[in-house]
Design a protein around this ligand. Structure first.
Ligand code: SF4
Length: 450
């Protein structure tokens, strides 16, 4: 751990920017799994909590920075076949996990709001049928884009119990919107925000900084506009350039159109300042909310990061329960995605066909996962660690905790929780990346983007 602690200190001092951490281990570390079936992973009588994630891998266009698993070639028939398949998968899972208490359901993508009312109704009905124990406090969230948020759809989602909407806006500047590959005008975004605001108290809007041609001033304008529309939660993402995206190629051809790491961090600092001035507290590197302390603005991510099992439904969804993390194969390139979706649609759903790629964590990796993910959410608890793993958090991570304290990233430990400082939030993702085990890093390095 001492070596890791030293490299964390070095990177913080050099302001290295890493992409944000959305899971550990990531799907890039997944490999073929053999002879593991659903019955080994899930236990029929288990009534404990679980989340359900529904992956809808369809969009009408591909944004220049997007690396999600999705296709723009979804015809009406393909989308309907896909909906039928996810309902079949939900029914199958219900045999093993239907007694669980569902604490959150999230429709993500792609663009989940590409589904029509009838298709959403079909999926909700499968969930309610297969999983009768949905907690009354469960977060039911649907993610979508401004050009697919019709008033009729929003009314329908509300009637089905959806209580949170998340929408990727990315920018309020027409030229930036166009350059990022979105073919609708800013007025569409304005109407969509208004339609959501009229119906849902709890909604999140995403913005991205670091888009092609974006300036500090244009970014500030977008942010001011969005804050004035009053969402409960706003997520601010730095644009990350990854292989196979258009932005990755453009950045190499026209680096002058993009901001560098130092400017990105400068914008990040000004965002934190601005959001606090406007009554938003920081919940993670990217997320700001008007909700009070001790509540979560994104319940599914919080429970995921704290280890609540996840039932992943759809071609690209991750599932996990304890040491087992798995999904189907995953791709970004349009042709490869097309094949992966075809494979999913023609899959015969059996106990073993559902568990094709993944990773089985050892006890050390499970502890590391908790440390990495709960740190980024400012939820690291000594008591939870010892009750969960029967060990002392301090003994296992002393060098890292000392390094974080010496760098001013955490408050001097005084009670159960290890609390990030403002600087700690800023570098939380960088710290998390340093903590990835060498085994997971090696697997990720071997991953060939496709
Ligand atoms: S950013 Fe959203 S709308 Fe754009 S391609 Fe990705 S999933 Fe689709």
């Amino acid at each position: 751990m001492q070596q890791i602690a030293d490299s964390i200190r070095h990177s913080i001092r050099n302001n290295h920017l890493k992409s944000y951490v959305y899971s550990y281990p990531s799907k890039r570390s997944y490999k073929s799994l053999h002879n593991i079936g659903i019955a080994e992973i899930w236990h029929t009588g288990d009534r404990g909590p679980a989340s359900i994630y529904i992956h809808i891998p369809f969009c009408r266009y591909r944004c220049t920075y997007c690396t999600l698993f999705l296709t723009t070639q979804g015809t009406e028939d393909i989308i309907q076949n896909y909906v039928d398949k996810i309902c079949e998968q939900i029914k199958f899972y219900a045999k093993y996990t239907g007694r669980k208490t569902v604490v959150s359901v999230y429709f993500g993508g792609g663009t989940a709001t590409i589904l029509n009312e009838k298709q959403f109704g079909q999926v909700f009905s499968s969930i309610q049928h297969g999983f009768p124990n949905i907690a009354s406090s469960a977060e039911l969230c649907v993610e979508g884009s401004p050009d697919s948020m019709s008033e009729e759809l929003l009314d329908f989602l509300k009637s089905q119990g959806v209580n949170r909407i998340s929408m990727g806006i990315q920018t309020m500047d027409s030229a930036e919107l166009k350059a990022s590959g979105r073919p609708y005008p800013v007025s569409t975004t304005i109407s969509a925000v208004e339609n959501i605001r009229k119906r849902f108290e709890n909604f999140n809007l995403d913005l991205i900084y670091g888009l092609s041609g974006q300036t500090y001033e244009s970014w500030q304008n977008s942010l001011r506009h969005i804050v004035s529309s009053g969402p409960l939660t706003i997520s601010l993402y730095p644009a990350i350039s990854r292989p196979l995206t258009a932005i990755y190629k453009q950045q190499r051809l026209h680096p002058e159109r993009y901001i560098d790491d130092q400017t990105t961090y400068a914008i990040y600092d000004s965002n934190v300042e601005f959001m606090q001035m406007n009554g938003y507290r920081q919940e993670s590197f990217t997320r700001f909310t008007r909700l009070p302390e001790n509540s979560s603005a994104y319940a599914q991510e919080t429970s995921d990061f704290l280890g609540v099992p996840m039932i992943g439904i759809g071609a690209g969804a991750r599932s996990y329960n304890g040491k087992y993390h798995y999904s189907f194969d995953y791709a970004v390139d349009l042709n490869e995605v097309g094949k992966a979706i075809e494979d999913y649609l023609s899959l015969e759903i059996t106990e073993h066909s559902m568990v094709r790629y993944g990773i089985v964590l050892d006890a050390y990796e499970e502890r590391l996962r908790y440390f990495i993910l709960s740190l980024t959410l400012n939820q690291l608890s000594r008591a939870y660690y010892s009750s969960q793993f029967g060990r002392s958090l301090y003994s296992d991570f002393l060098d890292v905790i000392d390094a974080l304290e010496a760098e001013g990233c955490i408050e001097p430990p005084s009670n159960d929780k290890i609390r990030l400082t403002r600087k700690g939030y800023k570098y939380s993702n960088l710290v998390a990346h340093h903590l990835f085990s060498s085994h997971v890093k090696t697997l990720e390095e071997r991953y060939v983007p496709r």
